[in-house]
Write a protein that binds this ligand. Structure first.
Ligand code: RIB
Length: 310
């Protein structure tokens, strides 16, 4: 059983030809709201991956923005432990999605910042605790330490990027970061091959966007090239990766098997608009993988070169 403790945001999304530069105004092509938030997205990804029940601890305000977020999590069969923050609005995010599928996101965390140690449920029966950094760092650290003390594996997606205190890292089993987040954690960046070795966590997974991902488990390094797709919106692809990776590890997959499934799910998430709306089911991921050719030697070599492995 997996517990996701983290944020839920209502995403206010405008598509535009490009992401505006500072001071620039861009005319967009439409406005939509989607259920989002890194925590809620990852909970939906875990649940759609199947195999194990997914629970989520989240905080929302007493406002209409909370309703679609709770409805989306319920529809995905996520069991909710909901904190109602009386004086705070539900978290929201303003997202510009460009025609090249990339995005720029600004989050107003609101109720997400009220999650506190006292809200942590009994961890009996949970195998993994998955967290992100859209809730207070002190709460994330306290949850991680409580989980570690009870033998629950702690997985941290250190997003958005920020430096991490040693007492948090000491309680983390699997750290998932993109390149920007890795730079915020590593004191002396050298290469993607060597940087994860500077982090005192048993397993570090680095997502590399269109290139793929890499991981250090103990002293061994693994790579997984990305699956090419026609991307329309990359929002939530990283969250999909995290949720599916943890669900696969929970089912006993090896780190390489888990990276492959997570990469396939993240690729599929890029082909649909929105965050939770784009997260594929386990069946869709299995069918997608069955249709993929084996990774070419060239793509494997490109990724290894990029990581500084040659
Ligand atoms: O990772 C994507 C998510 O980041 C969005 O859904 C948005 O809510 C922000 O939390």
């Amino acid at each position: 059983m997996i517990l996701v403790a983290g944020s839920a945001n209502l995403d206010f999304v405008i598509r535009a030809p490009h992401i505006p530069a500072p001071g620039e105004t861009v005319l967009g092509q439409g406005f939509t709201t989607y259920p989002g938030g890194k925590g809620a997205n990852q909970a939906v990804a875990c649940a759609r991956a199947g195999g194990t029940p997914t629970h989520m601890l989240l905080a929302v305000g007493r406002d209409s923005h909370a309703e679609p977020l709770l409805a989306s999590l319920n529809a995905a069969n996520v069991t909710l432990n909901t904190v109602l923050a009386p004086d705070q609005p539900t978290g929201c995010a303003f997202i510009c999605v460009a025609d090249n599928a990339e995005n720029a996101i600004t989050v107003a965390p609101g109720a997400n910042l009220t999650l506190a140690y006292a809200h942590l449920p009994d961890l009996t029966g949970f195998s993994h605790l998955l967290m992100q950094l859209e809730t207070p760092l002190s709460t994330v650290t306290a949850y991680a330490q409580a989980a570690r003390a009870q033998g629950v594996k702690v997985v941290l997606n250190a997003a958005p990027a920020q430096p991490l205190p040693p007492e948090l890292l000491a309680a983390v089993d699997v750290l998932i970061v993109n390149e920007g987040e890795l730079a915020a954690v590593v004191p002396y960046p050298v290469s993607l091959m060597t940087n994860p070795a500077q982090i005192a966590v048993p397993c570090v997974v680095v997502t590399l966007g269109q290139r793929g991902c890499a991981a250090r488990l103990g002293n061994t390094f693994f790579t997984q090239p990305a699956y090419p797709v026609n991307a329309v919106d990359t929002t939530g692809a990283g969250d999909t990766f995290c949720g599916v990776l943890v669900a696969a590890l929970d089912q006993g997959d090896s780190i390489t098997q888990a990276m492959q499934r997570a990469s396939a799910a993240a690729a599929l998430a890029c082909t649909q608009p929105g965050a939770q709306s784009s997260i594929p089911t386990a069946q869709a991921v299995t069918a997608f993988l069955a249709a993929q050719p084996a990774s070419s030697e060239a793509s494997l070599n490109d990724l290894r070169n990029y990581c500084g492995m040659s």
